[in-house]
Design a protein around this ligand. Structure first.
Ligand SMILES: Cc1cc2nc3c(=O)[nH]c(=O)nc-3n(C[C@H](O)[C@H](O)[C@H](O)COP(=O)(O)OP(=O)(O)OC[C@H]3O[C@@H](n4cnc5c(N)ncnc54)[C@H](O)[C@@H]3O)c2cc1C
Ligand SMILES: NC(=O)c1ccc[n+]([C@@H]2O[C@H](COP(=O)([O-])OP(=O)(O)OC[C@H]3O[C@@H](n4cnc5c(N)ncnc54)[C@H](OP(=O)(O)O)[C@@H]3O)[C@@H](O)[C@H]2O)c1
Length: 465
């Protein structure tokens, strides 16, 4: 390792973002750094775990068990957590460079992609990003209000986030009450008048981004019928040709589930969830009081030059009644001041995890990226492991070659003192553990996994013993 062998200083690493990528990278670096690595993991939220806490649906509790692995990583003696510290706002990247040999950005993708159609900003047109963060008790979103007094909702997109939103809108209060969904969201959803939910996929069933277990679950809800038109699951010529050349077991299974659902009889449940394929929104209609309908066009599919099946509008137009719209067409990364950023992709330019000064440019010494901010907003939690390991390996290689930043502060105690002075309400790992225990204890009283604290104020108060 660099400096370390000659001076006995460890390689001091800051990781920015305590989601899966940040934890997987911490784990790899601490286990493979020959006891010469120290990791400080920062998050702008007081709480760790990124989208595992603020994204994963409340009714998917088991998925959140992955945090037990993260807790193990946090037990390492060379690991520290600094929550409630927004890098680029509370501390600049230039300041951090003065304290660390390497900085890894694992800041995720925090905002929504836009549709770019008229009416997108009408009242009651919401992004799935904000709705998800709201029902999960993210402190930046907990004050939002969603008007659920209407009868019909349209969700644009057929990815797994769209499926999460559909499920939460269609679940009964009884189904939600046993989860860790924010209390205010249970109350709001209990008052919801939404009885029809329409999901719009711009391509066909074979190209739908949702995964098979998730779509199967939509057919198994207590009080919602899944409705798909047989016309929509009839495969088009381009897809049939494509599948002949690229047989795919997962797609075959998906088509089997969707075709089965298209033959379902309505069973009289009080909510109906429709999935429409080959349908794009062209405009949201309404007035200053809010959206009332979505104008749509029917698409046909074609194989483009790069071998992808793409949608193309036909002249068949339609309109769906919509008292509320949720746009769920993907997330987007946000730039951290002082770090190169690709605005066109919403990611950090990199080569195998080493940050570049521009796309196809040169590596920036000491700066790395992993997770969604590196490769874009795709993949499940586990996908971030291999991704983080690739970046962490590059970091260890560079450290061994002596290619690092040259911080003037090499004492972790001094760094901690500066952070705690600058952000008096910052969270250590033990602060988080106190909050975690209190949330779980509140949950246990109601037979729920946890009852979250959902504002900065209550989180900061909760860490007091
Ligand atoms: C709604 C939703 C539901 C999902 N459900 C599932 C699921 O059920 N199963 C599954 O396997 N996958 C699921 N995923 C995918 C999974 O959550 C992601 O693959 C994963 O969280 C990405 O990890 P990450 O570490 O790159 O980003 P994130 O998890 O987003 O973590 C990034 C962290 O960086 C922090 N941060 C950002 N900027 C700064 C800054 N300037 N300073 C300090 N900290 C900062 C953020 O606060 C955040 O904690 C879901 C995704 C979404 C959006
Ligand atoms: N349970 C789980 O495991 C779970 C839960 C939630 C999220 N996740 C993961 O998190 C990642 C992000 O999920 P996501 O749902 O946000 O993204 P996603 O999987 O990329 O899906 C985005 C959806 O939006 C559609 N879309 C994009 N632009 C559009 C436009 N202009 N008009 C109409 N539709 C448009 C896409 O259609 P096209 O395919 O045609 O582009 C796709 O249906 C995914 O990898 C997902 O699997 C996993």
């Amino acid at each position: 390792m660099p400096d370390t062998e000659s001076t006995s200083h460890p390689v001091r690493i800051a990781i920015i973002g305590a989601g899966p990528a940040g934890f997987y990278a911490s784990d790899y670096l601490l286990r493979n750094g020959d006891d010469k690595v120290e990791v400080d993991l920062y998050d702008r939220l007081p709480t760790p775990h990124g989208l595992v806490r603020a994204g994963v649906a409340p009714d998917h509790e088991k998925i959140k068990n992955v945090t037990r692995k993260f807790e193990k990583t946090a037990e390492h003696s060379a690991f520290r957590f600094f929550g409630n510290v927004d890098i680029g706002v509370d501390i600049t990247v230039d300041e951090l460079k003065n304290h660390y040999h390497q900085i890894l950005f694992t800041t995720g993708a925090q905002v929504d992609r836009r549709l770019g159609i008229p009416g997108e900003d009408l009242p009651r047109s919401y992004s799935a990003t904000e709705f998800v963060a709201w029902y999960n008790g993210h402190p930046d979103y907990s004050e939002l209000e969603f008007d659920l007094s209407v009868e019909s909702a349209v969700i644009v997109g057929v990815g797994n986030v769209a499926v999460d939103v559909a499920r939460i809108l269609c679940r009964t209060t009884g189904e939600l009450r046993v989860t860790d969904i924010a209390d205010y969201a249970i109350d709001a959803l209990a008052q919801s008048n939404i009885r029809e939910v329409h999901m719009l996929g711009r391509r066909g069933p074979a190209q739908a981004a949702f995964t098979n277990p998730e779509i199967k679950e939509l057919g198994e809800m207590a009080d919602a019928d899944l409705v798909i038109s047989p016309r929509d699951v009839d495969l088009d010529p381009a897809t049939l040709r494509f599948l002949e050349d690229h047989s795919d077991r997962i797609v075959t299974k998906k088509l089997e589930i969707l075709t089965g659902a298209s033959q379902n009889e309505l069973s009289g449940k009080s909510c109906r969830l429709f999935i429409h394929f080959l349908t794009s929104p062209t405009a949201l209609k309404g007035d200053d009081s809010g959206v009332t309908a979505v104008e749509t066009v029917r698409n046909e599919l074609y194989l483009d030059d790069r071998g992808s099946i793409r949608p193309r509008a036909t002249d068949e137009i339609g309109e769906l009644k919509a008292g509320v719209v949720f746009r769920s067409v993907g997330y987007r990364g946000v730039a951290v001041p002082g770090v190169p950023f690709r605005d066109d992709w919403g990611t950090i330019p990199h080569d195998g995890g080493r940050i570049l000064d521009a796309p196809e440019g040169s590596p920036v010494t000491g700066l790395y990226a992993a997770g969604w901010i590196k490769r874009g907003p795709s993949g499940v939690i586990g996908t971030n492991k291999a991704d983080a390991v690739e970046s962490a390996q590059a970091m260890l290689e560079d450290a061994a070659a002596g290619v690092t930043l040259s911080p003037s502060v090499t004492d972790g105690v001094e760094t901690e003192g500066i952070i705690r002075t600058r952000v008096p309400d910052s969270f250590s790992w033990s602060d988080w553990r106190i909050v975690d225990e209190k949330e779980c204890a509140r949950g246990a009283e109601q037979d729920r996994p946890r009852v979250k604290f959902t504002s900065y104020d209550t989180l900061v108060k909760a860490k007091l013993p």
